[in-house]
Design a protein. Structure first.
Length: 252
């Protein structure tokens, strides 16, 4: 019975998965830093935040080089940044190349010709090959997030601030900044977020809504909004329930 159930689950999972293609990106350690050190479209490793040492470049996927770019159709306006997918090669290359394999990757960039363009480490793990374009199936999964969600300052001046979020289970659907008793909605621009606050000071926090509707809070950021500078970061926690939130406030 258990074997039959396992086969049924596998069949349903395959039926729900999307079909696409995968090519290889690069094998260099600093691939994510990208052209002109801009840290890819999602800005996770932007040079202004420290490149590969950036707070938003410390996810288990980026550190192990299990990351990919996606094509422009999937990337859209950057809403997919930080999403994790299970990519699976079923051994069905038309020339019989490679061996079946599967891996969970994180989306960090756009511009791929194939559905996914993956760092060579992930590409080889999935196909056992070092080049080529392979047919795959892919399905979105929750990312592993040791350490909790992270917000980092990409750029700031007196009025205007660019921010990057990462290490969440799912991509960011919306984000709101609170400074003192004032709230400011953030706007997504091609993978990073911006907010215009004017000249304001006070304790800063973020409320992040993920793509699945769950929320995360980041409190006491940057030592005060007026103290923020490029590469500053803060981390937080994901809200599982009202009880969880109350417990955090009582026992931070």
């Amino acid at each position: 019975m258990s074997r039959t159930l396992a086969l049924l689950v596998a069949t349903i999972s395959l039926a729900l998965a999307e079909h696409g293609s995968m090519s290889m990106w690069s094998s260099t350690a600093d691939t994510l830093v990208a052209y002109k050190s801009e840290g890819s479209a999602c800005k996770y490793a932007d040079k202004e935040m420290g490149g590969l040492n950036a707070p938003t470049a410390q996810t288990p996927y980026i550190k192990s080089k299990k990351y990919c770019a996606v094509n422009r159709g999937m990337f859209g306006g950057g809403e997919i940044c930080g999403a994790c997918f299970r990519l699976t090669y079923h051994g069905d290359h038309e020339q019989g190349l490679g061996h079946p394999g599967s891996e969970v990757i994180q989306v960090v960039d756009s511009g791929s010709w194939a559905t996914f363009d993956c760092h060579m480490s992930a590409f080889h793990e999935i196909t056992s090959q070092d080049t080529g374009i392979f047919p795959i199936t892919y399905e979105k999964v929750a990312c592993e997030t040791p350490g909790g969600p992270v917000a980092a300052v990409l750029h700031t001046d007196y009025y205007f601030t660019k921010l990057v979020f990462n290490n969440l289970h799912y991509p960011v659907r919306s984000a709101e900044l609170t400074v003192g008793d004032k709230n400011f909605p953030l706007k997504l621009v091609g993978g990073w977020w911006y907010v215009w606050t004017g000249a304001i000071s006070g304790k800063a926090s973020f409320l992040i809504t993920e793509d699945d509707g769950s929320e995360a809070r980041l409190h006491g950021c940057f030592g005060g909004w007026e103290e923020r500078k490029a590469a500053d970061s803060c981390s937080g926690h994901r809200l599982l329930s009202n009880i969880t939130e109350e417990a955090f406030l009582l026992f931070p």
